[in-house]
Design a protein around this ligand. Structure first.
Ligand code: FES
Ligand SMILES: [Fe+2]
Length: 392
């Protein structure tokens, strides 16, 4: 008989994780296995990601009633469904009968979701409606089988600023507690006014790195002069400040945001009643674990990081503009220019995050060090993860 695997063994050295928590001038970064070990990733998924609020998509992904959008959390298949009352439900994307994955591509199921295998049918609330032939040919009921007990399994979820968050474990802190620090920080912005512009607001990018390296790269401005010379020409390194909200998010802000633009183009509509400091300020935060957010007086964006494996991440960018007027055709060229600018900036980051991923396979590296002056936001993210790993 094979000995059973010890599933309780830590997939990391706790001493290495303790070192992450030291003051920044003594701390080391997360050890290599956090980026290269399958066992670590499984642990991270089940003990960290599943126990907090993780973004699996956008309201825009299920724009119309009956829309279905499959998403997954490192292999756990989930399903977003837009109801006719406008709400969004999230369920485990698996049939209660023999466990077939129900939806594999974004689609409209209209009012009923039919499993392709034996045609059991669910409604948009996840209720099991029909079980054809369950009692034999043309007998659609069977004694002792209670359909109401075999609906889709719901997942705790919240939609906030069009981002769909799930808490797989069901016992994370209330979403309100989770989001309060960010909501307060950006309370000047009337986020009820954000509007997605369609195609011109979306971008996808696949990068060969662990999802955490995308977070780390996003939250710091240190690399601005070397990696983003264009951006750095008008929003310089010295125009930036760090943001560290312990246990919640970290990032950077700029005092030199200049709205785009297009020569002779119109200015985009702005959030109403903003204090003057936002005339020139913009902020970029990594909301732990998997969202990269940006706020400006005239647009908001969110990048959802979808981990595709240990060393592959898909970035889903959605840009939102302000108010119904922003849909006016006169703004189209400005929105196109804005998307092009962000496409350039995010493409500039790809090579370095991929280099960091490859570097994580080097025995000559194990966590590295931080610049106390420049790497505070990155260290803040590492602390967030290390604390959770040590207490899980
Ligand atoms: S697995 Fe879905 S109906 Fe059988
Ligand atoms: Fe960057």
């Amino acid at each position: 008989m094979q000995p059973r695997a010890d599933t309780t063994r830590l997939p990391f050295d706790p001493a290495a994780m303790e070192r992450v928590l030291l003051p920044i001038d003594e701390a080391r970064g997360l050890p290599n296995e956090a980026y290269t070990s399958d066992a670590f990733q499984a642990w991270e998924r089940d003990r960290v990601i599943a126990r907090t609020w993780f973004c699996i998509g956008f309201g825009r992904d299920v724009a119309a009633p009956g829309d279905a959008f499959p998403s997954d959390v490192l292999g756990i298949p989930l399903l977003m469904l837009r109801r006719y009352d406008g709400g969004i439900g999230v369920f485990h994307n698996v049939c209660s009968h023999r466990g077939a994955q129900l939806v594999t591509e974004p689609c409209s199921v209209k009012r009923r979701l039919r499993c392709p295998y034996h045609s059991w049918v669910y409604d948009l609330d996840g209720q099991l409606l029909a079980t054809p032939h369950i009692g034999g040919p043309r007998i659609n009921e069977t004694a002792g089988f209670d359909k109401s007990a075999h609906g889709l399994k719901p997942v705790r979820s919240v939609v906030f600023w069009d981002m769909v968050f799930v808490n797989l474990s069901g016992d994370a802190e209330p979403f309100e507690t989770f989001i309060a620090p960010l909501r307060e920080r950006w309370a000047d912005f009337d986020m009820g006014r954000i509007r997605h512009p369609g195609e011109v607001g979306s971008l996808k990018l696949t990068v060969d790195c662990n999802w955490k390296l995308a977070v780390e790269n996003y939250c710091e401005s240190y690399h601005l002069p070397s990696i983003h010379p264009g951006l750095n020409s008008y929003s310089k390194l010295e125009d930036h400040y760090h943001i560290e909200a312990e246990d919640h998010f970290s990032g950077q802000g700029s005092h030199a945001y200049t709205p785009l633009l297009v020569k002779d183009g119109p200015n985009l509509p702005c959030f109403p009643n903003l204090p003057a400091r936002w005339d020139k300020a913009a902020e970029y935060t990594s909301l732990f674990p998997n969202l990269l957010l940006g706020i400006h007086r005239d647009h908001f964006f969110a990048i959802r990081l979808e981990p595709l494996g240990l060393d592959r991440t898909r970035e889903h960018l959605e840009i939102y503009y302000v108010g119904d007027d922003s849909a006016d055709a006169t703004y189209q060229s400005v929105k196109e220019a804005n998307l092009a600018t962000w496409r350039t900036v995010f493409a500039e980051d790809v090579d370095v995050v991929q280099r960091m991923q490859r570097g994580r396979h080097s025995p000559g590296y194990d966590g590295g060090v931080f610049s106390p002056a420049m790497d505070g936001p990155t260290h803040c993210f590492h602390r967030w993860l290390a604390k959770r790993l040590l207490t899980a």
